[in-house]
Design a protein around this ligand. Structure first.
Ligand code: ZN
Length: 259
């Protein structure tokens, strides 16, 4: 394993915990097996460890492809909301496919010489394990940021009343005050994506409403998002490339504010 901590974290000698993982968090079991196969083929990092009820849950990143900081980079994130485990399932499935393809697909290997894909399959491991939305402290990681909405909808926009209510997110003023899992995401993005000449991040959740959506991460304001021109160009490119796609492509604010 690339990270010496990883083996002890993923392959616990505690058979009771292993059985619990098999039953409650098969994603972690699948990911552990996959990481064994990926050893030497990907850069695997334990970004941090979340303690929970006497156990340790790793937050893991897996990077395949170029180590050139400027290389185009795709970031794929899943499991931010523990309940929406389809996110982790999709990310792990894609990582698995990419691993298999990289064993024989010359075109993919060539592409990965010039670009990089970074995965964080289970951002919020404690609550995938517990089948809950927020993290162990009851914080909704999607709202755990120094950025505050201009006119947040009541509760839904984040609140600090009680961790027993959904969307709980105490005010933080700096990255250092954010939750362990959120800081791990920031670290990966800063390390793997900030110096890239072109990067795109996709955070996979379960659906919202009756239509599948690709949201641009802009929900704080009714004002137009920054880089609107690039966003529009990307949407047009996607529409042309996949004319039969069924996604609603829009800024998140369209659903979260009276756009
Ligand atoms: Zn979600």
């Amino acid at each position: 394993m690339s990270d010496p901590n990883l083996k002890s974290l993923l392959f616990s000698p505690d058979p009771k915990f292993e059985r619990e993982l098999e039953r409650k968090m098969p994603e972690m079991v699948t990911l552990s097996r996959l990481l064994r196969s990926l050893e030497g083929r990907a850069r695997i990092v334990v970004e941090d460890v979340v303690p929970w009820k006497g156990r340790q849950f790793p937050v893991i990143s897996v990077t395949m492809g170029s180590e050139d900081p400027a290389a185009p980079t795709l970031g794929i994130f899943g499991g931010v909301h523990g309940l929406e485990r389809i996110g982790s399932d999709v990310v792990i499935a894609w990582l698995q496919s990419l691993h298999e393809l990289s064993l024989w697909d010359e075109t993919l290997r060539d592409r990965l010489q010039k670009s990089r894909i970074v995965f964080m399959p289970i951002v919020n491991p404690v609550d995938v394990f517990e089948m809950r939305r927020s993290n162990g402290n009851g914080v909704d990681l999607m709202r755990n940021s120094p950025v505050r909405a201009d006119e947040p909808p009541w509760l839904l926009g984040g609140h600090n009343y009680s961790p027993k209510l959904p969307w709980y997110s105490p005010i933080v003023n700096a990255e250092s005050e954010m939750e362990i899992e959120s800081r791990a995401v920031c670290r990966v993005v800063e390390r793997e994506m900030f110096r890239s000449k072109c990067s795109i991040a996709i955070d996979v959740h379960s659906g919202f409403g009756s239509v599948d959506r690709l949201w641009f991460p802009w929900s704080k304001s009714k004002a137009p998002p920054p880089h609107l021109e690039e966003i529009s160009a990307l949407k047009r490119l996607f529409d042309r490339s996949y004319p039969n796609h069924f996604y609603e492509i829009e800024p998140q604010a369209k659903q979260y504010t009276q756009w």
